[in-house]
Write a protein that binds this ligand. Structure first.
Ligand SMILES: Nc1ncnc2c1ncn2[C@@H]1O[C@H](COP(=O)(O)OP(=O)(O)OP(=O)(O)O)[C@@H](O)[C@H]1O
Ligand SMILES: [Mg+2]
Length: 247
C-alpha cells in the first residue's frame, strides 16, 4: 500500500498540489486522471524521489519515506518501477539485451543467466519471439511493451505508468491496456497509471482518482465515475463512460 497524506507542492507561485491525499491499494490498478497541468506527473514523481513535496507525508508499504535522501530512493526504485511516456531503449542493443541490462546491473548475474531472466520478462509482454530484433526494427507499440518488460526486469511490486498509451494507435493502445491488466493477474503487481485515455480508464481501472485544481476532486470506482452527478467529473468523462471495453 502507498499513502500520500496531504501533499502540497508548488513551483514558485504555481501551487500544483494543494493537499492531495490518496491511498493506493495493493493489487489494484489505480488511475490518476485530470486535465493537462493538473499535477498527475508531479504527484507520481514524488514516489521515486524525482520531485519532493513541500509538506505532507508519503508512506511506502508502511515506511515513512517523506524524509528520504537521494540514496535512500535507490532501493525503493527497484521495488517501484516507472514507465515514462518517452521511455527510450538503447538502439545499439537487441530488445533482449535492453531488458537484460538492469538485471545484470542489479542482480549481478552472469550474461547467460541475465539473458534467460530477460527472456522471461519478454514472455510476459508476449515478445519473446522478437528478442533478437533491435529497437529501430519495431514500431512504437512494441517498443512500449519492451519498456514495460524492462520495468518488470527486477520484479517490482509497483509499476507506475505515465501516459502509457499516448501516441499509440488504437490497436496498440488496447494491447498495452490488456497487458497492464494481465500483469496484475499474472504477477500480482500493483499499478498506478497516469492517463488521459478514457478508453484505458474505463477499460482497466479498478479505481480512479481525479485531480482538479490541486485537489482530489473524486476518488472511486469506474462505476462511481460513470454515475457521477459532479458536473466537472461528468464533463471530463462525458461521452466516454460506456461499459468495460472488450480487451
Ligand atoms: N520541474 C518543474 N518546474 C516547474 N514547474 C513544473 C515542474 N514540473 C511540473 N511543473 C508544473 O506543474 C504543473 C503540473 O505539471 P504535471 O506535469 O504534473 O501535469 P500533468 O497533469 O502531468 O499534465 P499532462 O497531462 O500534460 O502530462 C504544470 O503547471 C507544470 O508546468
Ligand atoms: Mg504528465
Amino acid at each position: 500500500m502507498i499513502v500520500f497524506d496531504s501533499i502540497f507542492k508548488s513551483f514558485g507561485q504555481n501551487r500544483v498540489l494543494d493537499g492531495v491525499s490518496i491511498t493506493v491499494n495493493t493489487g489494484e490498478i489505480t488511475f490518476i486522471i485530470g486535465k493537462s497541468g493538473a499535477g498527475k506527473s508531479v504527484l507520481v514523481k514524488h514516489l521515486v524521489g524525482l520531485v519532493r513535496q513541500d509538506s505532507g507525508r508519503i508512506f511506502f508499504e508502511g515506511k515513512d519515506i517523506t524524509d528520504y535522501q537521494e540514496q535512500d530512493f535507490y532501493d525503493l526504485r527497484l521495488q517501484c518501477a516507472m514507465v515514462f511516456q518517452h521511455s527510450t531503449l538503447f538502439d545499439s542493443m537487441s530488445l533482449l539485451e535492453n531488458v537484460a541490462l538492469p538485471i545484470r546491473k542489479h542482480r549481478g548475474l552472469s550474461r547467460t543467466d541475465s539473458l534467460d531472466a530477460a527472456r522471461e520478462k519478454l514472455r510476459l509482454v508476449h515478445l519473446e519471439h522478437l528478442s533478437d530484433r533491435y529497437p529501430a526494427e519495431v514500431g512504437d507499440g512494441l517498443r512500449k511493451r519492451v519498456a514495460i518488460a524492462r520495468a518488470l526486469a527486477l520484479s517490482p511490486k509497483y509499476l507506475v505508468f505515465d501516459e502509457p498509451t499516448t501516441g499509440l494507435d488504437p490497436v496498440n493502445a488496447v494491447r498495452v491496456d490488456r497487458l497492464i491488466r494481465e500483469l496484475k493477474d499474472e504477477t500480482g503487481v500493483t499499478s498506478i497509471v497516469v492517463s488521459h485515455d478514457l478508453r484505458s480508464i474505463f477499460g482497466i481501472a479498478d479505481r480512479i482518482v481525479m485531480l482538479y485544481q490541486g485537489k482530489v476532486l473524486k476518488d472511486g470506482s469506474p462505476e462511481q465515475f460513470r454515475e457521477t452527478h459532479d458536473p466537472i467529473v461528468a464533463q471530463f468523462v462525458g461521452g466516454h463512460a460506456e461499459g468495460p471495453m472488450e480487451l
